[in-house]
Design a protein around this ligand. Sequence first.
Ligand SMILES: Nc1nc(=O)c2c([nH]1)NC[C@@H]1CN(c3ccc(C(=O)N[C@@H](CCC(=O)O)C(=O)O)cc3)C=[N+]21
Length: 294
Amino acid sequence: MTTGTATRLAGPPAAEAVIATASAQAAGLPTPPHLVIVRVGDDPASVSYVRGKAKKAGEAGLRSTVHALPEATPQADLLALVATLNADPDVHGILVQLPLPAHIAEEPVLEAIDPDKDVDGLHPVNVGRLWSGRPALAPCTPAGIMAMLAHYGVAVAGRRVVIVGRSRLVGRPLAGLMLAADATVTVAHSRTRDLAAITRSADILVAAVGRAHLITPDMVAPGAVVIDVGINRVVGEDGKSHLTGDVHPHVAAVASALTPVPGGVGPMTVAQLMANTVQAAERQRSGALGELLR
Ligand SMILES: Nc1nc(=O)c2c([nH]1)NC[C@@H]1CN(c3ccc(C(=O)N[C@@H](CCC(=O)O)C(=O)O)cc3)C=[N+]21
């Protein structure tokens, strides 16, 4: 077999382009947009992601505040904090880092966030706006994937997109964004029969399942563009823990383009959070006019 090597769709250059645009927009606002991140508990991955997000916000010329609440925080206290942030005109974006501790129900917390400050795009109002094809704050990972494809000149309109995974944070909203961009969309998942036959029909294949190396070369059409959203921590032969995606490395021999993990979709997620925060600040500034336009 001859092995081609897929073009590497690197995250950082595309992420920098998104951040540069967001920074320029932010500079045109009366005050720098203010992002508030709420983290409950000390999950090491969450601590590290939140740190990365706050750092990027500073680099982009945004303000950020992190509320790190103890693991045992009662749900009512978290809801009270969200209400305070909603009412504060100096707060433009609110992100509650997931997952929350088991004693806190996710839904009431997400539904408590002002939809116009919901930079994660997880409030049902934003989900509904997205699915009815209206302007909406969209979840950062799928919006970042769309930005990445645009950055690298990968056309979406009219093409077959297969998304493996139907999560609230990635698979479902990505399907909505792809549909809005005129793709023909299939969402596959753990109960899908003959997954390989479906994934082989994709011009653009997105793996967002959270199972290391689920997508093998036989599941990919020659020349397909493959987006790997997986962030799996695995212990390698060297005994060290490292990150790997949902896509097997040998897929690079079949695909025309492939996003690496790390250094692919992850940085796009963070960049898109900055873009969403600026968008939220602009929506709030446009106030009553914005109300009419939505
Ligand atoms: N309310 C909420 N919104 C989120 O958007 C959200 C969340 N909760 N909970 C967890 C997931 C995961 N997530 C990532 C963000 C950045 C990287 C990222 O920057 N990854 C780097 C490497 C990071 C590392 O080395 O650990 C990369 O892929 O190159 C990954 C994953 C946002 N999430």
